[in-house]
Design a protein around this ligand. Structure first.
Ligand code: COA
Ligand code: ZN
Length: 318
């Protein structure tokens, strides 16, 4: 396999994960989770979103969360923004990076942000100007890049048009999001092999959901294409409230474990990360999909049963 030496993981659990939780998570617990992720060495964290509190009531405390977190130098703290109002709030709250959102399919964009794609792009132009004035970086994510729960297939030519518009309004980073886990590794390869050469200098991120157990295979395919930025969610939390059938992102600790086993560095402390996942599971109050927090890392060893030990020591003596 052609694997990179280092991969950058962006934790999105406190945004993509928490946003779908119906019970309000107290602000101090959100802050606690971000601080624990920082302490585990996660280099990028999408802390929250600056969206309409009517659309996503769970994240109505975005300013308070940003003000409450402990910021480690070198860690990049981002927030999701759909429009100019969100950009102004995010810049005032001191985010390092604005993550914008638009979909590759009209129906999902209307369901998610109540705008056509063209209307969203016009808003994102204003977002780019606000970010530029505030000296805040901007990364543009594209929902339903690999398929839409309403429309089905999203033609790659159409996706390419959306990428081109975002690059035109100043995006230096593009995130391709598989919002409802419809992508497969072959498709990921085909899309990346087409888009990457056409937009040189763009930093690509893959945002996966594990709805159909294809998230890690899709990430492997993207790594082989040269992508080194991946979004993930602690414990496998998550789902889009505006996309039917959506479920959690690729689980951060499962991904970090997989990368570590392949000697791909992330700079993240897996033991601490597993402890964060367990804490988040406790806060949410139900089992989360993450597997490594249940099984332990593959370096975990068990004492063999007594009968096996007895035979082993007999074999050693003989
Ligand atoms: N932050 C806070 N409030 C906002 C806002 C923002 N970024 N953008 C708009 N609003 C407010 C407006 O001020 C207005 O408030 P009022 O009713 O008190 O006057 C209200 O929301 C409606 O504004 P409008 O511009 O008409 O928006 P809308 O109702 O068409 O909703 C969005 C559009 C984009 C604001 C809304 O759909 C949204 O926030 N979506 C986010 C979805 C999301 O987070 N999805 C997550 C998966 S990617
Ligand atoms: Zn998502």
């Amino acid at each position: 396999m052609r694997l990179p030496e280092h991969v950058t993981v962006c934790e999105v659990g406190t945004r993509d994960g928490f946003q779908i939780e119906p019970e309000f998570i107290p602000t101090e617990q959100k802050v606690e989770v971000v601080d624990l992720l920082t302490d585990a060495g996660v280099p990028r964290i999408e802390v929250t979103s600056f969206v309409s509190p009517k659309a996503v009531p769970q994240l109505r405390d975005a300013e308070a969360v940003m003000a409450g977190i402990r910021r480690r130098p070198g860690t990049r703290y981002a927030a999701l923004v759909p429009n100019d109002k969100g950009a102004a709030r995010a810049a005032d709250a001191g985010v390092d990076v604005i993550h914008t959102v638009v979909s590759a399919s009209e129906s999902h964009n209307l369901a998610n942000v109540n705008m056509t794609i063209a209307e969203s792009i016009a808003k994102l132009r204003a977002v780019g100007q606000i970010a530029g004035r505030a000296g805040v970086a901007m990364n543009c994510g594209i929902s339903t890049s690999f398929g839409c729960p309403f429309e089905g297939d999203v033609p790659v030519a159409h996706l390419e048009t959306v990428v081109a518009r975002l690059v035109d309004l100043g995006a230096r980073g593009i995130g391709l999001a598989d919002t409802t886990g419809m992508a497969n590794p072959r498709q990921v390869t085909e899309v990346l092999e087409r888009l990457m050469p056409r937009f040189p200098g763009i930093e690509w991120t893959l945002h996966t959901h594990d709805t159909r157990a294809m998230a890690i295979p899709n990430i492997l395919a993207a790594m082989e294409c040269g992508v080194t930025n991946f979004d993930a969610s602690i414990g496998g939390l998550g789902g889009c409230p505006f996309a039917p059938g959506a479920s959690g992102n690729v689980c951060t600790e499962d991904l970090v474990h997989c990368l570590g086993a392949m000697r791909v560095a992330t700079g993240i402390d897996l033991t601490k990360l597993i402890a964060v996942a367990k804490r988040v599971q406790h806060i949410i109050g139900r089992p989360l999909p993450g597997q490594v927090m249940k099984a332990g890392p593959s370096t975990r060893r068990y004492a063999p049963p007594d009968s096996v030990s007895a035979k082993l020591s007999g074999a050693t003596r003989a």
